[in-house]
Write a protein that binds this ligand. Structure first.
Ligand code: KMT
Ligand code: NI
Length: 189
């Protein structure tokens, strides 16, 4: 099954690790995520060391850097602080590419109307968040995820917390969303 994504209940005061569905639930399609520039692949996590499909994605997109990261209270120094910074809304100057090898977690991204969409990644899910998209990350109640991080060249993980309306990556992202809309309108025409 493909990943699940849904609009979040933003009024909920529940734990960030809970799903925070709206009532009734409002799921979001992969097409809608693609309109936001969020890309998704389903791969075989058992075979990540010899996976031709992963190799192809890495070659095509120039992801020559790779590392692995376990996120859970036992393995991350200053766990609480770290998770707090991951869950603070931010952007990056580059794509954020994460491949889930074990466990599960949530990436939240803002849509065009500034609504939060929660994307539930599990083993086998590779997602790419475009540069300039507002997002945040949290573990779910399973409290464990093993992620592969990919990057083009020397990795830069710098997070720029919202607001970042003057950041070049943000401006470019907003511009690309406009172009996308015009493209869709022309297609309809
Ligand atoms: C980031 O920028 O590292 C995040 O958004 C957290 C996700 S994966 C550690
Ligand atoms: Ni990030």
């Amino acid at each position: 099954m493909a990943i699940e994504a849904w609009f979040m209940d933003e009024t909920s005061g529940e734990d960030q690790r809970l799903p925070r569905h709206c009532n009734p639930k409002e799921f979001v399609s992969l097409d809608y995520l693609a309109e936001l520039g969020v890309l998704y692949w389903r791969l075989n996590p058992e075979n990540y060391e010899n996976d031709e499909e992963l190799k192809k994605i890495r070659e095509e997109r120039g992801y020559n850097y790779m590392d692995l990261l376990d996120i859970c209270p036992e393995k991350v120094a200053d766990f609480k602080e770290k998770l707090k910074s991951f869950y603070t809304e931010h952007i990056h100057a580059d794509e954020e590419i994460r491949y889930c090898l074990k466990g599960s977690a949530y990436f939240d991204v803002r849509d065009k109307d500034d609504r939060w969409i929660r994307i539930w990644i599990k083993a086998g899910d590779l997602i790419i968040l475009p540069a300039g998209i507002y997002h945040r990350f949290t573990l779910d109640t399973g409290d464990y995820v093993k992620l592969m991080r990919l990057f083009v060249g020397e990795p830069v993980w710098t997070a720029y917390n919202r607001p970042q309306e003057d950041h070049p990556a943000r401006k470019e992202y907003i511009q690309s969303m406009r172009t996308e809309k015009v493209g869709m309108a022309l297609e309809a025409y």
